[in-house]
Ligand binder design. Structure first.
Ligand code: UDP
Length: 239
């Protein structure tokens, strides 16, 4: 692919919902394949890519807690959901010849390797796509926070948040026709305005580590490569 990326190493956060397509639950393999092809385009640009996938298309811990169940167990179930999604994305990447490893925050050696910062960094140095499964490995966190944490640990130049829309808006543009899109924001503005496109723990961690957050639409085929080259529609959050 012709083109020059603005970033050398990035961490892509995709929500579990991004994988379910129009199904309303679970994994639509054609969507996983499409996201994999976007990641392959990034690799063709020479960008080192780490990925964190959410689990919301399968399970969220609050679903247990909201019905009087144990939140910690619910969160364990949510973290397991992220492992299922990570294995699905690895399958899609391997199918198209992209060297990919899944590193899980929770040890399950029969399925994938266990996360360590040293191993993750070594694999990224080698040009492998690294999918970080199992969130942070701790309840009461989200995969947004896991993405900011892993981005800091592997020294990513930017944290890409692939969302349903093409940036950060003053309100949900799918619900509010008057919502206005930002081209740029600072981390502080994002926190002060209570913009919830990424949770506050994740934004604070990215801010402390000077990691820009780039919010773009994960549903635009080829959009990831465009934004990596400083083109396309996105909101850039940096101080
Ligand atoms: N989760 C957790 N700790 C983490 C990351 C995730 O307990 O570090 C659990 C939590 O229950 C969460 C679920 O996994 O609801 C799925 O993650 P998330 O809601 O972030 O997924 P997304 O909304 O991105 O699909």
């Amino acid at each position: 692919m012709v083109g020059t990326a603005v970033y050398k190493r990035v961490l892509l956060k995709a929500s579990g919902e991004a994988l379910m397509g129009d199904q309303g639950f679970g994994i639509d393999v054609t969507v996983a394949d499409r996201i994999a092809s976007d990641i392959a385009e990034a690799r063709a640009l020479g960008v080192e890519v780490g990925v964190v996938i959410g689990g919301g298309n399968i399970f969220r811990g609050v679903a247990v807690a909201s019905k009087g169940g144990d939140r910690v167990t619910g969160d364990h179930m949510g973290m397991l959901a992220t492992v299922i999604n990570s294995l699905a994305l690895r399958t899609s990447l391997v199918k198209i010849g992209i060297d990919t490893v899944v590193l899980s925050a929770i040890a399950m050696p029969e399925l994938c390797e266990t996360f360590s910062q040293r191993q993750a960094t070594a694999y990224m140095d080698m040009g492998k796509v690294v999918i970080f499964a199992g969130g942070t490995g701790n309840p009461f966190f989200t995969t947004d926070s896991a993405a900011a944490l892993r981005a800091a640990e592997v020294g990513a130049d930017a944290l890409f948040k692939g969302t349903q829309v093409d940036g950060v808006y003053t309100a949900d543009p799918k619900k509010d026709p008057n919502a206005v899109r930002f081209d740029r924001l600072t981390h502080k503005e994002m926190l002060d305005r209570g913009l919830t496109v990424m949770d506050t723990t994740a934004v604070a961690l990215a801010r402390e580590n000077n990691i820009p957050i780039i919010v773009y639409s994960i549903h635009e085929k080829g959009g990831f490569a465009e934004v990596l080259q400083g083109r396309g529609r996105a909101t850039i959050v940096s101080d």
